[in-house]
Design a protein around this ligand. Sequence first.
Ligand code: CA
Length: 233
Amino acid sequence: MGLSVLIVEDEPAILELIAFTCQSSGIDVSRAANVAEAKKCLEHKEPDLILLDWMLPDRPGIDWLRELRKDEYFHDVPVIMLTARGLEEDKVAGLNNGADDYIVKPFSPKELVARIKAVVRRHGDGEENVLTCGPLKMDKNKFEVTVDKKVLKLSVVEFNLLSLFAQHPGRVYSRQQIIDKVWGYDSSIDERTIDVHMLRLRKHLASTSMKDFIETIRGLGYKGVKPLVTASL
Ligand code: CA
C-alpha cells in the first residue's frame, strides 16, 4: 500500500489543492475541515502522516497537536504543520509542540510532496520498524517475529494482524476496524474471515508465553492484552 495522509484544512480551495497535489503523486488522502473531523478520521484509519493547518474553526491545530503527542495510540503519527503564519516564533512553537516539519503557505506542491516523503522516510528509518510488546519482538524490515527469542513463522496477514495488536495493546478493534487497518479501506473481506485468521494467529502463539495475548471481546472484536510491566532492577 502507498502513503496515506490526513489533511486537516478548513479552506476548501486549499484543501482540494493539497489533496490534488498528493493524489497526483500517488498519495492516498483523507480530508477533515476541523479538529473534530480529524479525530474521527484518525479513529477510522491511522494515516502515515497528518498535514495540519494552524488556524481551524473549532480549535487551533497546534493545540490538538499538543494533545496528540500525549495520546496513548497516536503520539507517534508524523505531523507537518501547514500554515499562513510564517513568523519564526510560530515555526519554533510548532516544532516545539511536536511538529515534524513546518510549511508556510503559499507552498509549492512539489516541495510539499517532497517534505511529506522526507518526514515519513525519517520516521520509518528508526527503531519504529522494530516493535516490542512484552516478550514479543517484530522486525518489519526483516519480516521476523520472535517470542522469547524463538522465531515464529507467520503469514503476511498474520504478521500484520499481530503487529496491529502489538502496536496498541489494550485497545479493542472491531472486525471492521481490523479489516480497514490490515486489508485497507475498500477491501471486500468478510468479517467471519477475520475470525479464521485470528484463530490461526492464536495457534502460532499457543506454544509461547504470549498464548493469551489475543483476547476476544464479545460483541466488539479483539484486543491484544497489555503485557505486564516487569520492574527493571
Ligand atoms: Ca485555516
